[in-house]
Design a protein around this ligand. Sequence first.
Ligand SMILES: [Zn+2]
Length: 53
Amino acid sequence: MNQVSCECGYAVRDDDEEQVITTVLQHVSADHPELVGSVTPAVVRGWIEVVPA
Ligand SMILES: [Zn+2]
């Protein structure tokens, strides 16, 4: 599983890396609008941790 844990406590995990990235970008635009523009798909990919399913 690919997991991203946001500093605010929000976490998303999915076996599809692209889905995780999409979900995190939606979270950022909803909850961290000040980060939109600096958080790109490449940045989110760097946040992914691979965890056991
Ligand atoms: Zn967050």
